[in-house]
Design a protein around this ligand. Structure first.
Ligand SMILES: Cc1cc2nc3c(=O)[nH]c(=O)nc-3n(C[C@H](O)[C@H](O)[C@H](O)COP(=O)(O)O)c2cc1C
Ligand code: SF4
Ligand code: SF4
Length: 356
């Protein structure tokens, strides 16, 4: 009987989607059956139960796995000893001849651990370097550099396919050790990102004056984090469930989505004020245990504070002068956006392939 593999992916700008597709093509060329499924379109438990083996491909966020993948893995049905592999894509940089790989950190290790606890055999992990898509903090790489990276990593994907075909163990590799060790060192940053910083990033998004209310961003968001608000000229409003996957900012046809750097500064000052209970505890109360409680109190105050501040911002941004001020004081206005050169936004919403 042919081996069948169901590859589940999450992808903001197409990198992980293209890696999942390349792995599936490699498996099929070798006589296996493989299908690629977007986890935002389906969560077909029947399909997962049928599969001989599964693979999970996703981007790295904050040196770990994104919340959406974490949730998907937690909800998976029991593996009953089935083979599994995990692949995180990392954001690498290439400037001139200088190449810097990304850092997957604990992304693969945590995914594999969850799979293991669910009764799968996560025998192979791999990190694939793709062009970094975090265009909120840097401009996209040039097309030449992106193509160079795609070509380089294609070889790595091709060498990973036989590992999957032969169900080989592939955990202790140089690349995985680099991720694992640095991921362990940076675990505190990952935890802060996972439970707090990602909410802050969400509340930096806004649409500038070029927005024509087409609603594409609302339709294409993988987690339904955008709501068009307003009657005369609706504009997108970002909810806390945003994964910061960069799809909306990269695929907006008007290039109207910005991440407000000057607004982030205002938000930072506002959240610093919410940190006062923690500072009070740190310098006034000598007991460490109590300081920890005050730290959580600060966080609990900060998140509702962010929501309230963003509501206000959302109304201000519709006033021309405020929109202009915030649009002209953000770097995203000049940053080139990134998306995988061979991926179209409609690819994400296609029906999943079905196994023959
Ligand atoms: C919010 C955010 C956080 C990121 N954090 C990391 C990271 O910690 N390490 C890394 O190597 N790449 C990081 N990246 C880059 C992406 O993981 C990388 O570009 C990935 O290939 C994007 O895949 P996608 O197009 O399938 O979403 C981050 C990107 C974003 C948007
Ligand atoms: S996709 Fe762009 S232009 Fe269309 S509604 Fe969203 S922000 Fe506005
Ligand atoms: S709002 Fe934009 S960045 Fe956030 S999850 Fe949706 S598409 Fe991704």
């Amino acid at each position: 009987m042919k081996n069948s593999t169901d590859i589940f992916f999450m992808s903001g700008t197409g990198n992980s989607f293209s890696v999942a597709k390349d792995i599936a093509t490699g498996l099929e060329k070798n006589g296996n059956s493989a299908s690629v499924h977007n986890i935002e379109n389906l969560f077909d438990i029947k399909l997962i139960k049928q599969a001989n083996s599964i693979g999970v491909v996703f981007p790295t966020h904050g040196f770990t796995l994104p919340w959406m993948i974490f949730k998907f893995l937690i909800l998976l049905p029991r593996g009953r000893g089935r083979y599994a592999f995990t692949v995180c894509t990392r954001g690498s940089i290439r400037i001139g001849k200088f190449f810097m790989p990304g850092l997957g950190g604990s992304a693969n290790a945590i995914s594999a651990l969850i799979l293991f606890l669910k009764g799968y055999k996560p025998k192979a992990w791999k990190a694939i370097d793709m062009p970094s898509n975090w265009t909120v903090i840097h401009p996209s790489l040039t097309n030449k550099s992106c193509n160079w990276i795609y070509k380089r990593e294609k070889k790595k994907i091709d060498s990973f396919v036989p590992v999957i075909l032969q169900r080989k163990w592939s955990i202790i590799t140089l690349n995985n050790s680099y991720d694992f060790l640095l991921g362990a060192l940076l675990i505190k940053i990952s935890i802060i990102y996972f439970i707090f910083a990602r909410f802050f990033l969400t509340k930096m998004f806004f649409a500038n004056e070029k927005c024509n209310s087409c609603g594409l961003c609302e339709k294409q968001c993988p987690v339904g984090a955008i709501k068009m608000r307003g009657t005369k000229k609706p504009v997108p409003y970002w909810k806390l469930r945003c994964e910061s996957c960069m799809r909306c900012i990269s695929f907006c046809p008007q290039k109207a989505i910005e991440s407000g750097h000057s607004w982030a500064f205002v938000l930072y000052l506002a959240s610093a004020a919410y940190g006062l209970p923690y500072l009070f505890a740190k310098y006034i109360i000598p007991n460490d245990t109590h300081q920890w409680w005050f730290f959580w109190l600060s966080i609990e105050l900060t998140i509702p504070g962010l929501v309230i501040a963003y509501h206000l911002f959302h109304y201000l941004i519709r006033i021309k002068i405020f929109n202009k001020i915030f649009s002209f004081t953000t770097f995203t206005r000049i940053f080139k956006k990134y998306r995988h050169s061979e991926v179209k936004v409609t690819d994400f919403k296609k029906e999943p392939n079905t196994r023959e």
